[in-house]
Design a binder for this molecule. Structure first.
Ligand code: NAP
Ligand code: GLV
Length: 313
């Protein structure tokens, strides 16, 4: 049996990793000749259209990341379980990013960076403390909940919002359309950690930003999006920053990636840009995780973190 590595970048390093973790298997790659009937598993990210067809004995598809929107629109997506990455290495990276950026906004660190560049000594402001700031996490799944716990440890007042009602120890969780406005009304820093689906596309728009809390400790609402770029309407973010509906934003993901050089987001004084690396799937940890899933499955256990195709995540 073989594992097909269907990626569009760094193919050879992925092959070598899987050979190390699955030494008893054939690891084959797109673009070279291989026996299609022998392929039981595919590990993939952003496959080219048509490349996953004609594998008659395929048993599972592994996404090399947490999100699966790169597969959902794929024509002729094979009808096998899709397993996504949900593992500590990636989860901890995302929580580190969220703690970093929430603290940066709390302490107005961008202003001190500018002051240092200008050699300006301005210790003239007592910042609020974390307990004064309400964080709202849209997408209260694996990543949202871990970030919530770590932000709560820092003292922030954290709540979540998810598609379906849920009870998570220590947190108020709002759900669905009826929970959205009350959730936004109590939120000073809005974190987006949702998957991209037809329901969430463009959800981070002016009408949503207008419902965020006013009069909070940070002087205006702040957006942090590390979910997917197409959750956000960038023209609305820019106009809301300009008319004070938003105070600042940290964006890790963008409508178009890489972020085009002429995007005004690059140079906006109240936007922090990172290159979709808040939580990269560290290759070694990801190859280990997928290999473990294969061994579990072959030992008669179910795959973990299987995507629900109807929900789209
Ligand atoms: P997850 O465990 O599946 O959680 C997704 C959360 O979003 C769930 O709470 C879900 O609600 C909620 N949700 C989905 N659709 C919704 C809707 N229409 N309305 C309200 N809530 C909705 O996923 P995860 O592992 O936390 O990952 C979340 C996303 O983060 C990924 O899909 C990916 O796009 C992104 N990501 C980005 C990076 C990066 O480097 N920037 C890295 C990893 C992941 P329910 O709980 O009710 O199902
Ligand atoms: C990265 O964006 C992922 O979905 O893992």
């Amino acid at each position: 049996m073989s594992l097909l590595v269907a990626v569009t970048w760094e193919t050879q390093p992925w092959v070598e990793r899987f050979r190390r973790h699955l030494p008893d298997r054939d690891i084959v790659v797109l673009g070279e000749s291989f026996d299609k009937a022998a392929v039981r598993y595919v590990a993939t990210w952003g496959p080219k259209p048509g490349s996953l067809s004609g594998l008659p004995n395929l048993e599972a598809l592994f996404s090399l990341g947490a999100g699966v929107d790169h597969l959902m629109g794929y024509p002729d997506l094979p009808d096998v379980p899709i397993v996504r990455v949900a593992q500590d290495d990636l989860t901890h990276r995302m929580s580190e990013y969220m703690v970093l950026h929430c603290l940066m906004h709390l302490r107005d660190q961008r202003r001190f960076d500018e002051d240092q560049t200008a050699k300006r000594w301005r210790p003239d402001r007592a910042p609020p403390i974390a307990g004064d700031v309400r964080i709202g996490i849209m997408g209260f799944g694996v990543l949202g909940q871990d970030s919530a716990r770590k932000l709560k440890t820092m003292g922030f007042d954290v709540a979540g919002w998810s598609r379906t009602p849920k009870s998570v120890d220590g947190f108020q969780v709002f759900a669905g359309e009826e929970g959205l406005t009350p959730f936004l009304n109590r939120t000073d820093i809005l974190i987006a950690l949702m998957p991209l689906t037809p329901d969430t596309k463009g959800i981070l728009n002016r009408s949503l930003f207008e419902r965020l809390a006013r009069g909070g400790a940070l002087g205006g609402p702040i957006l942090i999006n590390a979910g997917r770029g197409k959750l956000q309407v960038e023209s609305d973010i820019l106009s809301c920053l300009d008319d004070g509906i938003l105070q600042a934003a940290t964006l890790d993901v963008f409508e178009t990636e890489p972020l085009p050089k002429d995007s005004p987001l690059w140079t906006h004084p109240r936007v922090t840009v990172t290159p979709h690396n808040s939580a990269t799937s560290e290759p070694e940890a990801t190859a280990r995780y997928i290999s473990q899933q294969i061994r579990r499955y072959e030992a008669g256990e179910a795959f973990e973190n299987v995507v629900d195709r109807v929900r789209g995540y």
